[in-house]
Every structure is written in structure tokens, then in C-alpha cells.
Design a protein around this ligand. Structure first.
Ligand code: GTP
Ligand code: MG
Length: 435
């Protein structure tokens, strides 16, 4: 338990209907009493008048959560006051004069973790939920908050513990001829576990995209209308459009909420056997984007059909959608699976949105299955797999057992069961204040 009592504005700063202040630590309740003269019943919203130094600060509600039945596990007080800057400033000043300290980012969650209220995957889920901007992100974060990932990791760890127990049993039974049988069992456990973890790692990559955004790149020859399409999809003038070929030189990104899916849409330089240095660099970046993209929008000028730009055509694969632009001035084209539209007039855009949604949903649908949503999780699984790859029943049993212990320890890092100190800064630094 911490000695220090911390406080923070837990709601967004600035004007608002209500501002929520959170206090956590041993002095929370006495400070509340000092500020209001009341000692509210636990977990019951209580009307209070907040005053300090003979002056009224505000009128509001107080909620008291005595530890350990609180978010942090410590005595927690919430004050719901009016959301104005002057109120916040006056309250902060009063709390400081009582010797309370402003909380650092993530400090409430950190205390919750240290007091055994949360494992690290749930703490991360809180950060994700706060950061969630689209429905898919929210759903994924909420599942993780429900403990799905923690349960999966714990199940893996239990399997390792069982393998460890069997391995240690080999020492005792080595003379009785059942050592081989035990070894087979251990190897079978490890094989299954390895396969399962590898599958989850793959899946985790895709699901991390839900946290960071699904990457869609717009690609095509100069003047095909890529920037115009970007602006049309984004609904604002993100990129410069001009009749001059080679206008866009760099990758231009914009973030979108595509019916609940977080998308990072990138406009790129027109592809051609480039002229001078800057454009050549732009094209190299465009091709790099094409490779990294989850989905590619290959834009062709419909007016040039049946001529298709060969560089763009070379990018065609299962992760691309073929778009013929300038439908307002061109004849219909016959190209299966393609979408004809006009970035200028907006015709055909609905079909593109529908198609984009289908493709994204097909690739990124959030199943109820827990996922390794962060690079941190996958790095721990990699360490676990590495330790398992060292495991060999031909080794002296003590050494083989140590490999399994290493593997279990690596998994423990995901939930925070081991090596806690070094992990904390990594996990909690991305939190906002008041969480
Ligand atoms: N008629 C018509 N013209 C279009 C349409 N979309 C774009 N254009 C025109 O085509 C020209 C090129 O448009 P951009 O959006 O700059 O093309 P781009 O593919 O980004 O070109 P680069 O950045 O040079 O690679 C501009 O003159 C646009 O006004 C369309 O749907 N219909
Ligand atoms: Mg452009």
C-alpha cells in the first residue's frame, strides 16, 4: 500500500457539466472530511458542500470507496463537481494544501495492479478503452478487460506447469521404465502448446491493427485521381489535387472511422518510371506502403481503359480493390470485380464504401477469442517459444525442467505475475492522468 495520497481530475479538462476528481490513498477520507465536514457512507452518492480556507469552492457529490473494495484497493474518494476551470483550480489548490500529490499518468491503475486488483492485460485494456475511437476498438478492449487474454495466458502457463511436473517425475521414475512414457506426454503437451501459441501470434498481428488502425493505401499512375479520391473518402481536402502529373510526392495519411473500423488511409505518389529524385523517392515510398498495406485501392483512369497502367496492375493481388475513376467523363469499363466511380462527382462512392467495409470486416472481424493485441504480448510468447525450442528430453532432467520454467516465466510477464518492476513503466506510461 502506498503512503502517499494522490489526486487527479479523472474527467477531461476544460468546461463540462461535471468534473470528476479522484483521490486515492490513506488520507483520502480525512481530506474529504476536512473539505466537506461529512463522512459519507461507503458507495453512496452524498451531496456535499466543498469549502477551504473559509471559502466555498463548489456544491457537488461525493462517493467514498473504502479499501480494499475500490478500484485501486486503497481508500478512494470521488468528487463530482461542476466542470469549470475555476472549480478545478480551486479544488487542486485545496488538495495540495492538505499535502496530497497530483497523480502521474496511469498511477491509479498502477496502484490497482500492485494491490492485486488488475492484471497487466486488464490494465492495458483500460488504456485501450480510453483510447478507443471506433466500435471495433471498443469491443476488443472490453473483451480484454473482461479477462479473456489473462485466462488464455493462464491456461498456457498451467499446461507448462503440468509439463514441468511430468518432467520432474521423470527423475523419480527413471529406473522403472516409465520415463519414456512420461517424456512422450511432455512432448505432446509442448507440441500442442507451441502450435496454439504460434496461431495466436499470427492472429495477434491482425488484431493489433484494430488498436493502431487498418492500413489502406491508394495507389495508381499519376493523375489517376488518387488524391481526389482520398479527399472524397475523407470528406475534406487532405491532399493537393492538380492536373499536373506527379503532384503528390509524399505519403499523406488520414484517420477514418469506417463504420466502426479504425482506418489509416494513405494517399501516395503516382507510380511511373520516375523522372527526378524527389518524385523517385515518393514512388519508392508509395511502393513500400503498398507492401505494408492491409488493403490496396488500385486506381485507374477509366478514360484510358482498356489500357491499364502496368506498374499499378503489377500490384494487383487478393488484398486489392480495383477502382476506375472519372466515371463522369468515361465509358463504362468491363473489368470483373472493379468499382467504377467519380472522385469529382461522388458517384459510385457508396459502392466503394460497401466494398471496403466487406473487405475490412472479412479480414478483421473481432471474434470472441482473446488475442495478443500488443507487441509486448507477442514478444513474451516469442521468449516462451524460444525456451520451449531448447527443451529436449535427452537433456539431463534438471536442465530440461529449467527450460520449462523459463518458458512459464516468459508467459507470466504478459499478465505481470513475474519481473514486475521492469514491466510497470512500459505498461503504465501510456495512460492518461486520472486512470
Ligand atoms: N473528370 C474527372 N476528373 C477527375 C476526377 N478525379 C480527379 N480528376 C482530375 O484529375 C486530375 C488529377 O487528380 P489528382 O487527384 O491530383 O490525381 P493523383 O492521382 O493524385 O495524381 P498525382 O498526385 O500526380 O499522382 C485533376 O485535374 C483532377 O481534377 C474525376 O472523377 N473526374
Ligand atoms: Mg495525388
Amino acid at each position: 500500500m502506498s503512503e502517499e495520497t494522490i489526486f487527479a481530475l479523472a474527467s477531461a479538462p476544460g468546461r463540462g457539466g461535471v468534473a470528476v476528481f479522484r483521490l486515492s490513498g490513506p488520507d483520502s477520507l480525512s481530506v474529504l472530511h476536512g473539505l466537506t465536514g461529512v463522512q459519507p457512507q461507503p458507495r453512496l452518492a452524498t451531496r456535499v458542500r466543498v469549502h477551504h480556507d473559509g471559502e466555498d469552492i463548489d456544491d457537488g457529490l461525493a462517493l467514498v470507496f473504502p479499501g480494499p473494495k475500490s478500484f485501486t484497493g486503497e481508500d478512494v474518494v470521488e468528487l463530482h463537481l461542476h466542470g469549470g476551470r475555476a472549480v478545478a483550480a480551486a479544488l487542486a489548490e485545496a488538495l495540495l494544501s492538505y499535502g496530497l500529490r497530483p497523480a502521474e499518468a496511469g498511477e491509479f491503475s498502477r496502484r490497482a495492479f500492485l494491490n492485486g486488483k488488475l492484471d497487466l492485460t486488464r490494465a492495458e485494456a483500460i488504456a485501450d478503452l480510453v483510447d478507443a475511437e471506433t466500435a471495433a476498438q471498443r469491443r476488443q478492449a472490453l473483451r480484454q478487460l473482461d479477462g479473456g487474454l489473462a485466462a488464455l495466458v493462464e491456461a498456457w502457463r498451467k499446461t507448462l506447469v503440468r509439463a514441468l511436473a511430468l518432467t520432474e517425475a521423470m527423475i523419480d521414475f527413471s529406473d522403472e521404465g516409465i520415463g519414456d512414457e512420461l517424456a512422450d506426454q511432455v512432448l505432446a503437451l509442448i507440441d500442442d502448446l507451441t502450435a496454439d501459441m504460434q496461431a495466436k501470434k499470427q492472429e495477434g498481428h491482425r488484431r493489433e491493427r484494430l488498436r493502431d488502425g487498418i492500413h489502406i493505401a491508394i495507389l495508381g499512375a499519376p493523375n489517376a485521381g488518387k488524391s481526389s479520391l482520398m479527399n472524397r473518402i475523407a470528406g475534406r481536402e487532405v491532399a493537393i489535387v492538380s492536373a499536373k502529373a506527379g503532384t503528390t510526392r509524399d505519403v499523406i495519411e488520414t484517420h477514418l472511422d469506417l463504420h466502426g473500423w479504425p482506418v489509416v488511409l494513405a494517399d501516395t505518389a503516382g507510380l511511373r518510371d520516375a523522372a527526378e529524385d524527389i518524385e523517385a523517392e515518393g514512388i519508392a515510398r508509395a511502393l513500400h506502403r503498398a507492401e505494408a498495406a492491409d488493403l490496396k485501392l488500385l486506381v485507374f483512369d477509366a478514360g484510358l481503359f482498356p489500357d491499364l497502367d502496368p506498374v499499378t496492375q503489377g500490384l494487383l493481388d487478393d488484398d486489392s480493390i480495383v477502382v476506375f475513376n472519372k466515371a463522369d467523363v468515361a465509358n463504362p469499363v468491363d473489368f470483373s470485380g472493379s468499382i467504377m466511380l467519380s472522385a469529382r462527382t461522388g458517384q459510385g462512392l457508396d459502392a466503394l464504401f460497401t466494398r471496403l467495409e466487406q473487405e475490412v470486416a472479412g479480414r478483421f472481424a473481432v471474434t470472441a477469442e482473446p488475442a495478443l493485441t500488443r507487441a509486448r504480448h507477442r514478444a513474451a510468447v516469442d521468449q516462451c517459444l524460444e525456451a520451449l525450442s531448447q527443451f529436449d528430453v535427452a537433456k539431463p532432467v534438471e536442465l530440461a525442467a529449467e527450460d520449462l520454467r523459463q518458458a512459464a516465466r516468459a508467459l507470466g510477464r504478459i499478465t505481470g505475475m513475474v519481473d514486475v518492476e521492469e514491466l510497470l513503466d512500459v505498461v503504465f506510461r501510456e495512460f492518461c492522468i486520472g486512470k
